[in-house]
Design a protein around this ligand. Structure first.
Ligand code: MLT
Length: 328
């Protein structure tokens, strides 16, 4: 079985695939433009991607390809419809990086409250300013304990965040299209409802919101002007899921108009490459804490994702079964 890996992938995963007897062709950073020709030339059975986009044009050159594995949870970089039309199965590795993403969400929350990156920047510039960073009241740190945190999306990542936020003494209110009061109770948080009016009501009462939804037709730009208008002045908005679920211009307007602070790991139009020149307008605003879509990037998470990828290939090789399949 031939496996083409088109993004950076843990060494343990490459060794695991090789130990299964697979021929592994490792081409990290090949990029979308060269992926089609590589598929046509190598004719792999399995393609493994992380950030690289796999549009219909690439799939058109993939004769013989059986399975695409997304080494992560979201599959929005793959044209799943075009894959289905070609009979290519798409799999993911759900839950494997949930702890890592929840940890980053907590980090962003803490940075919004304590302005840790800004404090570091001032020290690096050669100044001591305890006066600014120890002020209380408007613009100061509030302390997470006792804050109301709205967790939007209660899959594996949302649940890990709820555990951590509860441990910090936050009052967590969970919203998702499928959550029940019993489920919320079991997670130690308040049931925040399942519909759009409940989401807007949560925006209006939360001191902080953290979003954990996949990108799809129903979530694209779900967080726009109406949502940010509803949020409290000075509240925190955390997004570690996908940039496309936020109308970032509307978020910037709200940051300027009402002092929202935003902790963002993902952005509209962020580069698909691992390294690229890119001007991030939102990162320039006061109150913005921004990272490089690295929520899943811990050793622990990437090893778990690599193990799961090897498991998917092992089952495929041994039984022909496609596990973790998102397109039937
Ligand atoms: C995911 O979808 O699991 C993450 O975005 C993964 C990643 O950054 O690779």
């Amino acid at each position: 079985m031939k496996v083409l890996i088109a993004d950076k992938f843990e060494k343990a995963g490459i060794e695991g695939l090789t130990a299964l007897g697979c021929e592994v062709i490792n081409q990290p950073g090949i990029g979308t433009d060269k992926l089609g020709p590589a598929l046509a030339q190598v004719r792999p059975d399995v393609l493994v991607v992380r950030s690289t986009k796999v549009p219909a044009s690439v799939l058109g050159q993939s004769d013989g390809l059986k399975v695409i594995i997304r080494a992560g949870a979201g599959v929005d970089n793959i044209d799943v419809g075009a894959a289905s039309a070609k009979g290519v199965k798409v799999c993911n590795c759900p839950g494997m990086n949930a702890v890592a993403v929840a940890e980053l969400a907590m980090g962003l929350l803490l940075c919004c409250d304590r302005r840790i990156p800004e404090q570091t920047a001032v020290l690096r510039a050669g100044a001591w300013n305890k006066k600014e960073f120890s002020k209380t009241g408007s613009g100061g740190a509030r302390g997470l304990k006792g804050m109301t945190l709205g967790v939007v999306g209660v899959g594996a990542i949302g649940q890990e965040l709820i555990r951590r936020a509860v441990a910090f003494g936050m009052h967590v209110v969970a919203w998702s299209r499928s959550i029940t009061p019993q489920h919320a109770d079991a997670l130690g948080c308040e049931f925040g409802g399942v519909d759009t009016p409940a989401l807007m009501a949560l925006a209006a009462r939360a001191d902080a919101i953290s979003v954990h939804l996949p990108l799809g037709d129903t979530t694209r730009k779900l967080f726009g002007k109406a949502f940010f208008d509803a949020m409290k002045p000075g509240a925190y908005f955390i997004n570690t899921s996908r940039g496309g679920i936020v109308d970032e211009a509307a978020l910037r307007d709200a940051m300027k108009a009402k002092g929202l602070r935003a902790g963002l790991d993902v952005f509209e139009g962020q580069p698909a490459e691992a390294e690229a020149p890119w001007a991030c307008e939102t990162a320039l605003l006061p109150g913005a804490i921004c990272t490089h879509h690295c929520g899943a990037s811990t050793d622990q998470a990437q090893n778990a994702v690599a193990d799961e990828t090897v498991r998917i290939v092992k089952v495929l090789k041994e039984s022909g079964r496609v596990i973790n399949c998102v397109n039937g």
